[in-house]
Design a binder for this molecule. Sequence first.
Ligand code: MN
Length: 766
Amino acid sequence: MPEWIMIDEKLTTTGSEGPAKKSGIVHEEKERKLIQRAYRKLLRSIKSEMDETDRVMIRNAYEVAVQAHSQQRRKSGEPYILHPIEVARICAEEIGLGPTAIIGALLHDVVEDTDITLSDIKERFGTNIAKIVDGLTKLDASFNVESPQAENFRKVLRTLVEDVRIVLIKMADRLHNMRTLGSMPQHKQLRIAAETSYIYAPLAHRLGLYNIKTEYQDLCMKVTNPEEYREIARKLQETKRERSAFIQGFIEPLKEALGQLRVPFRITGRPKSIYSISNKIRTKKVAFEEIYDLFAIRVILDVPRQMEREYCWRAYSIVTDVHRPIPERLKDWVTTPKSNGYSSLHTTVIGPKGRYVEVQIRTERMDEIAERGFAAHWKYKGGADQPDVYDDWLDSVREVLENKEADAVEFLSDFKSGLFKNEVFVYTPNGDLKVLPEGASALDFAFSIHSELGSRCKSVRINKIVKPLGYKVQNGDQIEIITDKNQKPTEGWLKLVVTGKARSKIRSSMREERRKQGEYGKEALVRKLRNMKAGFEENVDMLVRYYELDNRPDLYYGIAMEEINLQDLSQKFTLDGQTLTEIAEPTEKIPVVEEPRTGKLTRKAKKQASFKPRLMINDQPANQFHYTLANCCNPVQGDEVFAYITANNGMKIHRSDCSNGLQLMARYGYRVMKAEWVHAPDSSFVADIYITGVDDGPGVIKQLSEQISNKLGLNIRSFYIDGGEEGYFEGRISIVVSNTNQISHAIQVLKELPQVHTAERRSQEN
Ligand code: MN
């Protein structure tokens, strides 16, 4: 393996070749002060109660870490020790963790990067701290091996069920690395961002670390989509004044009215995150200027625990007296909190100038849980009368993890699908409350109670009425499961369920079924090879590869199902001792540029030969590699791109913001290589523009194409229009361009046509 594939190095450089060396003693003194200042800042940030032992231990951990990292620097050139100190500060101040976690954070990199061993830590700080440091070291190590990201996710989860604190410290570590990503080369930034949005953002969400999740998403977007990020940031800055004035006008009358409550309260008006604004622009297809709820108003009451509900509702009634509410927009997570502990009342009201404004009403305790999630939840545990929401969740994670057979990638997509979902509340026939993700079916419910109940599920009764197994449960449903001992899960069931637990149980039961079927196939293969006088072990794995399968069970199953015909073997192979050798066939060369799918109306561009752009991969001219441009996002010159090494088809070049590419990058990050365009004025590329609009008469194709070719002089490579009902159409125009500017122009002139509603360039979703 060439060494450039091993790219997961740490964010550090060792040795003293950094800028400090040059400036000598003066600089050293400066750095010592810098480190001390950072440490004092950390101490100030600790909010939890500490005794003398805690203070001494933190001091010791700090001194050990300073000593251990003294020869190391970060990529930015600053002393490495500033990183663990800052991670500890994030743990204390932004997550609200206590002394144990702070000590763990200070020591989180010493075992991995320095001479200090785990038993040194154990001796000085005890088993508890040693366990945390060990967990963090292992988590880091797992990310250096060439395993799919799904496997990494699994390791994170395994750590999570052991000790949640380890994962929380890891989150702080990742947050600091993301905040200081600027000094890393761009392709590494992309990989770290992909992993963050793939693993850490959903987990932060599930653990209720709302602020951290939001910051992760913003920082990821800054890397993967820097232009849009800067654009929204700029517009937010420009509209800041106008927005504050509006918020002021909205809050003023509220403040006065809420005074009637005679309890302390505060009101905040915060802008939404750049990521969430960009999401809105994309999904709702509106311009920045058309988004009204760029901020959320929060009313936070300071009342004792037992009066929380009463005061939240009283505040609600006051808020809706002052500003008229939109009744169907009321969400009540005060009566039944979300399963990550979140509770709050949300309502949307009509503010000045008729603008919709979301108001969130909660108490200080709820606010702390909303922002710090798990960590804060812990603090308030004990007094709670409700079942512990995290214990339940961690139990279910444990259960999914126990299924060792599950394939890592399957496991991940199963598990992740539940992380960002809303929830529904349903009841067993005994009246026990169960929380399921939105979209869950009655069958999911059965599996959530017990896997045996799910596997044997024959029919279901919802509120006493028989419904199909795939019935999507609604809030308040009472569900009764009727079983039959002869029932077995089938492939079709996978379409009926959404929860990770149900999916993984159905899969493992099907795998078992498949294995049974496969035994016949295996016997047939053994017989056939014996007849051919060929060995079994010598050939079986070669045959797996020959039929492009993943493993032996698939081969056996294929033979059993007669998808693979063993009669052909004698024609396709000759015998060399015990081993089969393939009779060579002339192979075709894989084309470099993929043809677009043909639309109803296709025009070929004249010069196809010039499509190959001047691209650099890993700082080498791209033409010495076998590569193709990904046709999910059709990158063109000027796009930010990266190269992805496919399993058997050379390299694919994706745009940095391509959603397919990000998925691949996250799963197989080690296959990502740096790629960039170099100045090459004469090359041309194909870009796809997606359009929607209303076809109000004949000739829409003609008008669209004239707009492109006559007005801009661009060549159309292919054109595809799909007419829907009532004249609505969707289409794709592939045009030949030489840079991103021409694409923007094309989009602009297309939008000028009255028939066109939207025109945009995007990755194909699948
Ligand atoms: Mn670290």
